[in-house]
Design a protein around this ligand. Structure first.
Ligand code: AMP
Ligand code: MG
Length: 295
């Protein structure tokens, strides 16, 4: 069982790399420690180390590094290890680890539509490759993947809330038979780096992809805010200290290009492909919130 999951993971990584290389992407090596990282207001505990007289965060996402990287290369991706000290009881959601890997990518001057299409094509390529190369493993796991035919349906955050109530993400995932795009999040529910739609103030040009069959969120992404005065305003509106984001603001003042991108969790993708119940099953050395480990 574990060997099948590791083989599938390996095929997923190889296929994603191959697809992105063909699409002209450059792979970055991951950033593990950084003076500034994703604020992620839903997850208040921070993993920090002190070294050389400075304070270093263990990376929660490479969002700011991606925005800086597209100054150098127009299309970049990274298999980025993230540390997020999620609440201990999230160990039981089936979807959360406190160390996981995102395939995080960013495209200079792209809009939301372009990265949504890219995500659909990437998923299709990866799933086809797994079906070709892992038929034995899928059979062993008793898994038959639902057919994927992009473009995936879309629903706005507000529509989903009206239709399914507060637990809309869960309900959407359980009733869906194909991945579904959840778009147009209200400004206050997301982090300050997602770009506000200039023609619809208060609504963001962002998206999540939701897996069918109850597997929940697959990826999050969107267009990014790159203008320093807007970033400053959004940081303040969220009650965050400007001081903590000084380095990001100076980068933005030097000039960050507009960009769009997304991050897709690898363990969640393999969990969906393999049809297993917990993301921890995908890792040989899982880091499950609330649990200790021998190795
Ligand atoms: P986020 O930027 O928070 O949306 O994270 C990007 C993607 O990483 C999500 O869509 C998930 O696929 C994955 N992810 C986020 N948090 C976790 C976690 N605690 N454990 C495993 N995967 C996660
Ligand atoms: Mg998300």
């Amino acid at each position: 069982m574990k060997a099948s999951l590791l083989k599938i993971t390996s095929v997923v990584l190889g296929a994603a790399r191959e697809f992105l290389a063909r699409e002209g992407f450059v792979e970055l090596l991951p950033v593990i420690l950084a003076p500034v990282t994703d604020p992620l207001r839903h997850s208040p505990d921070r993993a920090l180390i002190m070294a050389y007289g400075g304070k270093w965060h263990l990376t929660r996402s490479m969002i700011f590094h991606k925005q800086a990287a597209v100054r150098v290369c127009p299309r970049i991706f990274c298999f980025s290890p993230n540390i997020r000290l999620e609440p201990a009881d999230w160990g039981r959601t089936g979807r959360h680890l406190f160390e996981f890997v995102q395939l995080d990518l960013e495209v200079r001057a792209a809009n939301r539509e372009e990265v949504m299409t890219l995500a659909e094509r990437l998923l299709l390529f990866v799933l086809q490759r797994v079906e070709e190369e892992c038929s034995q493993e899928l059979a062993q796991l008793g898994r038959r993947l639902p057919p994927l035919s992009p473009p995936f349906p879309r629903i706005t955050y507000r529509e989903a809330q009206d239709k399914y109530g507060e637990e809309f993400e869960e309900a959407l995932s359980h009733t869906a038979t194909t991945p579904v795009w959840l778009v147009d999040f209200p400004l206050q529910v997301r982090e300050f780096y997602d770009r506000e739609d200039p023609s619809r103030p208060g609504t963001l040009l962002d998206m999540d992809l939701i897996y069918p069959e109850g597997f929940g969120e697959a990826l999050s992404g969107g267009e990014r805010e790159h203008r320093p005065e807007r970033i400053r305003k959004r940081i303040l509106a969220q009650g965050l200290p400007l001081e903590a984001y000084r380095s990001l603001l100076s980068l933005a003042e030097e000039g960050l290009p507009p960009s769009a991108g997304f991050g897709i969790g690898i363990e969640r993708l393999v969990r969906f492909i393999a049809g297993v119940s917990h993301v921890g099953e995908v890792r040989l050395f899982p880091r499950v919130p609330g649990e200790l480990s021998q190795l």
